[in-house]
Structures are given as C-alpha cells and as structure tokens.
Design a protein around this ligand. Structure first.
Ligand SMILES: *Cc1c(COP(=O)(O)O)cnc(C)c1O
Length: 395
C-alpha cells in the first residue's frame, strides 16, 4: 500500500503539521481514510463543506457545467456568474458582487475597494483598522491586516496601511481613527483567532462610529457567512449592515470560490480597477449557485442554529462534568471548547482514534465546525466520543 504521508514529506512544502490521516472519500458528515476507516467529520474542510461531503446538488451542478463551459474569461458574459451575483444580492443587504477564488482574495478586493473609496470620497484616506486575534488570510496585505504578530514576524516589511487594535473595544477603534482611515474591517465572530464572540453592542457601536465618521465597515464573513452562525449571514444575527461583505469558505459547498459584496455607495471600482482570470469561473459559480439555492430553500441556517444550540447545551453538560473544561463558546455550528491546560492535541488524537475529526484551535482548545446539515443524532454521537475521550484524561 502506498505511504502517502511519507511521499508528502518528500515532495510537498512542509508548511503545516498535519493530522496523520489520509482522506480518500467523503459523504454527508462522514469521511473515510485510505485504510477504509470511517470518521464523523466535525471539521468539514475547515468550515467549508456546509452541505456535507460531496453534496449531490453541487456535484451534479459541477459535472453539468464542466461538460458545458468550463472557463471563459471575464471579457465575456457567462450565465452562472450572473446568476450567482443575482442570488447573492437578492438574499443579502448588498447591491453588487465581484466573484473571486478564495477568502484572502475576497478580502484583498474589499480593501482595494475601500482604498478606492478613500481616494475618491475621503481625501485620499487609505488606512484600514482591524482587530487583534483577527484572521483575514495569508497574502502579504492580509497578513498585515490579521492581528496576529506571530504571522507578521517572518515576512516584515509588510504592506503599510493596517492598524491592529484591541478586539471588542470600541474606544480602541475610536482612538485609532484619523483623517487617514477609510474603513474598519472585522469578523462578526473571530474564527481562527479563537471563536471570539462580539461583546454587548460592540458591532452596533462600530457601525454607528463608522457612520458618524463617514468611513466604511467591511465584514469578513469568509467563515461566518452561508449559515454557519444560524443565520445566512452573521451580520443578521447582530442587527447591523456592512458596506462591504466578503464570503468564501461555505459559498461553494466544497468548491473553491470567494466573493466581495458591496452597497451601491461603496461599489466604486471603475473599469480597469480590478479583475481575475478565474474569478467567477462558470464551474465554481455553478457550484455556488447550487449551494446557495439549497441553503436558502432548505433553511440550512435555521438547522445550524437549532443543532448548534443543542451541541452547545450538550458540551456545557460535559463542562459541568469535567473540571478541566474551562469554556464552551460559539454561535450556531462554530463552537470552541477551551481547556485549563494544553491538551488540545491529545484530545484531537484520542478523538481520531475513536472516529471523530475535530480541529485544534490552539494548544488549549478545540473547534467544532461540522457540516450544517447534521442533526441531533450526529451531535449525540460526537458527544459520546468526546465524553469517552475526556473520561480518559488525567489532569
Ligand atoms: C479562512 C479565512 C480567511 C482566508 O480564506 P482563504 O480562502 O484561506 O484565503 C479569511 N478570513 C476569515 C475570517 C477566514 O476564516
């Protein structure tokens, strides 16, 4: 039998310490490794496979479009791209769409748009305020935007124009705002940085501040968008509307795609300002159309909200049982479990042994980001495995 992990160590750039598991197949909330062992997947491609693995509607849309028209440049009109833009506008508070290929690209587009707005409407303002522990992607500019100093260190000098301020602190945003500021960029709930929820009326206060200063609010919903928090978009949960919104992870149901959405007043790109060879490709756009239609028609966000509530309740019961669980937090199906010591990796490995995939959020926490189509049955199964794992932990 081929040792894929050994071949990877020889041929692939070593940028990540992988979980020792080679996945070959997936269906719904299950995946199988190269030895035929089955796992319940509470990672789902890192919050990507919102409809589970290989959802039929998406696989069929991809196959059909791949047989019909696979790629055409943006010098031409193509049907799936226009259909996707229309679906996104009709289901959100935004007015216009630019389709790209990933989360960081969507955020790059959003920041370029905000700078364009600054040049045109705010006397050349170009700075974007972001928060500590945020994650916006790994291009040089998005590395600078992400408030994680450990990400910055290997790549200095980074592009200028990003100010990282304390999270959940409206006064920090106010005092960082100058005549150079064109936008504030936030995740409604910080994902990679720790599943950190906004406190109190923070997001409403930021919205009001941006309005009072005439600057733009960009919401990075690459992780929270498309139902993850229990509403189609995270902004709906917190009663605010962004000027610019970015999407990616869940948007293609497992196919790589991203999008920048903007209100009409912020849609200031002129001809020649921005483009992408693959952005809005017919196949990926068809996948996103199929995903979005299914998500809306079957109220997948509603399911994520209800099942997420149940998952959180069951995790809180485990928290009462095991004193080394110090926190259970999240919304919908974006949930973190924090421990009193650095047992994240051993919990992950013990879960793997018992057939459950979880994500290590940091040394002392795991993240649960299952497909949004799961029910109580899958939650019960995962909780049973976690209970077994926790009962074996000596602290
Ligand atoms: C994952 C993520 C990104 C980066 O997306 P990529 O597709 O990996 O470039 C950006 N912002 C947030 C909030 C994310 O969770």
């Amino acid at each position: 039998m081929t040792d894929w992990q050994q071949l990877e160590s020889k041929y692939y750039m070593q940028t990540i310490v992988r979980v020792p598991l080679t996945l070959v197949r997936g269906e719904g909330a299950r995946v199988w490794d190269d030895k035929g062992k089955e796992y319940l997947d509470f990672v789902c491609g890192l919050a990507v496979n919102c409809l589970g693995h290989c959802p039929k509607v998406v696989a069929e849309a991809v196959a059909e479009q791949a047989r019909t028209l696979m790629q055409a440049s943006n010098w031409y009109y193509t049907v799936p791209q226009v259909q996707l833009a229309r679906l996104l506008v009709e289901n959100s508070c935004l007015d216009r769409v630019f389709v790209c290929n990933s989360g960081l690209e969507a955020n790059e587009g959003a920041v370029k748009l905000a700078r364009r707005y600054g040049h045109l409407k705010l006397k050349g303002a170009y700075e974007v305020i972001t928060t500590m522990d945020s994650f916006h992607g790994r291009s040089l500019a998005m590395t600078a935007a992400s408030g994680q100093p450990k990400m910055h260190a290997p790549y200095v000098p980074l592009p200028a124009g990003f100010i990282n301020v304390a999270n959940n602190d409206i006064e920090a945003i106010k005092s960082a705002t100058t005549e150079k500021t064109c936008a504030v960029m936030l995740e409604p709930v910080q994902g990679e940085g720790g599943v950190n929820l906004p406190s109190g009326d923070y997001l409403k206060e930021v919205r009001a501040w941006c309005d009072s200063q005439g600057i733009l609010l960009i919401l990075d919903e690459v992780q929270t968008g498309i139902g993850r928090l229990g509403t189609l978009f995270g902004y709906q949960l917190y009663g605010i509307e962004p000027d610019i919104l970015t999407l990616a992870k869940g948007l293609g149901g497992g196919i790589p795609i991203g999008a920048v959405l903007a209100k009409e007043k912020a849609s200031v790109f002129a001809v020649g300002d921005h483009n992408s060879t693959f952005g809005g490709n017919p196949v990926t756009s068809a996948a996103a159309c199929a995903t979005l239609k299914y998500v809306v028609a079957h109220d997948i966000p509603g399911n994520a909200g209800r099942v997420g509530q149940y998952l959180t309740e069951r995790l809180n019961a485990l928290k009462n049982k095991y004193s080394f669980i110090t926190d259970v937090r999240g919304r919908g199906l974006l949930v973190a479990v924090e421990f009193s010591s650095d047992i994240g990796q051993s919990v992950l490995m013990a879960c793997l042994e018992r057939g459950l995939l979880v994500n290590k959020l940091k040394a002392s926490a795991i993240r649960l980001i299952p497909p949004l189509i799961i029910g109580r049955k899958e939650v019960d199964e995962a909780i049973g495995i976690l209970d077994g794992v926790f009962s074996g932990i000596v602290t």
